[in-house]
Design a protein around this ligand. Structure first.
Ligand code: UDX
Length: 438
């Protein structure tokens, strides 16, 4: 099959590379000429483990190409994927669909032979209808169907998620389009991957419902963690105790400083807006959005309380600023709320992140960026763990003790057990567990 992938952002690039690895002939198109030139040189603009090898390998065998030339790519394609950004619209939280509709308008006059236009971007229910209307308006005689095929890629494990998904969701009533989509995902049939084939609206909603449910699960366990802190209960055991119930499931019950990233914050907000628009407002998702936003801010106060109510003049070593490990993505990261609030409270911050510092430098002012974890810890009064990168999971405590004069550790990711840190002579505060005093 020949695939045109419009947009070489995170989703477009990963999906394009994986489809080419499935054996299809993929051309990734982007308007940004410098990005395309860099990709042609094999330079990957995002941090995603394994993506460089996948892209370069498939480029070498000629199955994956990059271009700015839509006009020569679309006519050849059996499937044209729209994988452009759908950011939150400033002010109202609606998904901004202008890039999706612009892509539809540009694709339309180029469609040649039967083509499936697939929305890969996360788009609110009804967007596929509008994409179809636009194409029909621009090219009334075009032979095409519009299908929805949401992505469920986690940053940091996106290739694995694409190649070994729990399921593939395809939304279209058109049998011809279903056949094309089955062919594209054929390698997954060998693994007996379930394929949910449904109508377009359902497929579009599945993506939002999935992310909103996971965000709800996280917010739920975060609230249980707050109750644990007040009552002496342990949230890790609560998560285990409920997660072993097959009806609940053990994943996404890790309490922390609140969810961030490119999907959950944006998609929960967009779902709230869609629900309002269609007259079926969602109390649950609205509450999750609010709970998560206020939680991130509250985390700064948790650090201040752990420090005895005042951090002015204190040196805080921050380990991790990205919204989760194995990514350089800073979007809606809790660190963007926590660090400025600590600075406003008079603390000075020295931070280290294995991949996120370049991006973070533009987003957080007045932080002293360190070369490595111990360099950040050097001279600190407080050690604050914000992201659970593997390399922070095995700190050498004797080295930490020598480097920092303070004896307070605040771990917002629960990567240590309280007694093991206390045994090293530190007072340890974490999420949903009683503090351990040195
Ligand atoms: C998510 C979805 O998982 C993916 O299916 C979707 O397509 C895109 O959004 P991603 O944003 O890359 O992926 O990261 P994910 O691993 O889901 O984590 C999202 C946020 O939730 C992170 O801030 C993470 O720290 C937080 N989280 C996750 C928790 O706080 N606790 C958990 O148990 C799991």
């Amino acid at each position: 099959m020949r695939v045109a992938m419009i947009g070489t952002g995170y989703v477009g690039l990963v999906s394009g590379a994986c489809f080419s690895d499935f054996g299809h002939e993929v051309t990734c198109v982007d308007k940004d000429a410098s990005k395309i030139e860099a990709l042609e040189r094999g330079e990957i603009p995002i941090y995603e483990p394994g993506l460089d090898v996948l892209v370069n390998g498939n480029m070498q065998v000629g199955r994956l190409t990059f271009t700015t030339d839509l006009a020569n790519t679309v006519p050849e394609a059996d499937a044209v994927f729209i994988a452009v950004g759908t950011p939150s619209r400033r002010g109202d939280g609606h998904a901004d669909l202008s890039y999706v509709y612009a892509a539809a308008r540009e694709i339309a006059p180029l469609l040649t032979g039967y083509t499936v236009v697939v929305t890969k971007s996360t788009v609110p229910v009804g967007t596929g209808d509008e994409v179809e209307r636009i194409i029909r308006e621009v090219a009334p005689d075009a032979d095409f169907d519009v299908a929805s095929n949401p992505e469920f890629l986690r940053e940091g494990s996106a290739i694995e998620d694409f190649k070994r998904p729990d399921r593939v969701v395809v939304g279209t009533d058109a049998e011809r389009a279903q056949d094309v989509m089955r062919e594209l995902y054929r390698p997954l049939f060998l693994r007996e991957t379930p394929m949910v084939i449904t109508n377009r609206q359902t497929s579009e909603l599945i993506k939002y419902a999935g992310n909103a449910f996971l965000a709800t699960k996280i917010s739920f366990i975060n609230e249980m963690a707050d109750i644990c802190e007040k009552t002496g209960a342990n949230v890790i055991d609560v998560a285990k105790g409920i997660g072993l119930d097959g009806r609940i499931g053990k994943l996404f019950l890790h309490a922390g400083p609140g969810y961030g990233g490119s999907c959950f914050p944006k998609d929960t907000l967009a779902l709230v807006k869609t629900a309002e628009d269609v007259g079926a407002p969602t109390g649950i998702v609205s509450a999750v959005v609010e709970a998560n936003a206020s939680r991130k801010k509250r985390m700064a106060h948790k650090v201040i309380e752990a420090a005895g109510g005042d951090v002015s003049g204190k040196k805080i070593a921050v380990l991790g600023v990205t919204f989760k490990p194995n990514t350089d993505d800073m979007r809606d990261s809790p660190s963007l709320d926590i660090i400025p609030l600590l600075k406003e409270s008079g603390a000075s911050i020295r931070a280290f992140d294995p991949a996120g510092m370049d991006e973070a430098k533009d987003l957080i002012d007045g932080v002293d960026w360190a070369d490595n974890a111990y360099d950040a810890i050097n001279g600190a009064d407080i050690l604050l763990i914000l992201t659970e990168w593997n390399e922070f999971r095995a700190l050498q405590w004797d080295k930490v003790a020598k480097a920092m004069p303070g004896r307070l550790v605040v771990d917002l990711r629960n990567i240590y057990t309280p007694h093991e840190v206390a045994r090293q002579g530190f007072t340890y505060h974490s999420i949903g567990r009683a503090p351990a005093i040195a």
